[in-house]
Write a new protein. Sequence first.
Length: 135
Amino acid sequence: MIFMLAPLAAAFAQDVVGKWKLDDGSAIVEVYRSGDVYNGKIVWLADPTEADGTPAKDGNNPDKSLRSRQLIGLNMLSGLKAKGGNEYAGGSIYDPGNGKTYNCSMKVEGDVLKVRGSLDKKGLLGRTMDWFRVK
């Protein structure tokens, strides 16, 4: 009987894989699975170009050699692992707006992805953003 319930439970699991629009509408991040970890890359920007018309770049990166890389296609989420159900943790999130990388955890709640970036691994010193599923 238990083996018959497993597919049913999987059908109700909230999948993090897909496209998510940031709460400020500035970007869409595509979360994808690679082996047993989840990563996310920028696939759309509200403002995709620099003032000179070239593609938007990672100009705030502390590593000067990376400042010329394009934001579209940039991995900003990395190394998140499923904790069970709809929670993911143990990864990092890069903020191209300030060039900083934070500890990251996520939780799927329907069509909302609660993304928590924090200075500490426990997530106590940080903030949570709501990202919205793009259908």
